[in-house]
Write a protein that binds this ligand. Structure first.
Ligand SMILES: [Cu+2]
Length: 156
C-alpha cells in the first residue's frame, strides 16, 4: 500500500466512522435519535432514529410515548402517485434480525401530536420506545434546526 493509498484509507475512516450505538436494549441498538425544531404554533413534530437488531429473531417497535406530547405515533411517509402521504403503522415497525431500520424525514418517522410546547433547537425530547420482545427503554432526541434533514452530531 502506498503512502497515498494509506492516507486515503485513513481519511475515509475519519470521515465515515463506524457508528457506535447511543443506546442498547438487549439485541436492539438505537442510534442518532433526533427531532426537528417546530414553529411556535405547531401542534405536531417529527422524531427520527436508527434501529438495529443484532439478534437472531425479529423484533418490532410497537409503541412510543413521550411526556412532550399527548401522543406519539409510528408513521410511514410514502408517495401515492405524486402526492406524499403519511399513515400510522398500527402494528409498528419490524426490525429483521441483522437489519437496520432508519426513521428519517420522508420515510418512517415518529409523529408527536398535541405538543405540550414547541421543540426548541438544542434541547432534548424524552421518549420511551417499546419493543415487542426487547421491552422498553427511555431515550432522548436531540432537537435540530427546523427543516434539518439529518442530525448535526454524528455518533462517535
Ligand atoms: Cu407523520
Amino acid at each position: 500500500m502506498s503512502v497515498r493509498t494509506a492516507l486515503v484509507a485513513l481519511l475515509a475512516l475519519v470521515a465515515f466512522p463506524v457508528m457506535a450505538a447511543d443506546y442498547k436494549l438487549g439485541t436492539i441498538e438505537i442510534r442518532q435519535p433526533w427531532a426537528r425544531a417546530t414553529p411556535p404554533t405547531a401542534q405536531a413534530g417529527g422524531g427520527f432514529l436508527v434501529l438495529t437488531n443484532t439478534g437472531t429473531t425479529a423484533d418490532r417497535l410497537v409503541a412510543v410515548k413521550s411526556p412532550a406530547s399527548d401522543k406519539v405515533e409510528i408513521h410511514e411517509m410514502k408517495m401515492d402517485g405524486n402526492v406524499m402521504r403519511m399513515r400510522e403503522l398500527d402494528k409498528g415497525i419490524e426490525i429483521a434480525p441483522g437489519a437496520s431500520v432508519e426513521l428519517k424525514p420522508g420515510g418512517y418517522h415518529l409523529m408527536f401530536t398535541g405538543l405540550k410546547s414547541p421543540f426548541a433547537k438544542g434541547t432534548k425530547v424524552p421518549l420511551t420506545l417499546v419493543f415487542e420482545k426487547a421491552g422498553s427503554i427511555d431515550v432522548e432526541l436531540a432537537v435540530e434546526a427546523m427543516g434539518a434533514s439529518a442530525p448535526q452530531k454524528q455518533s462517535p
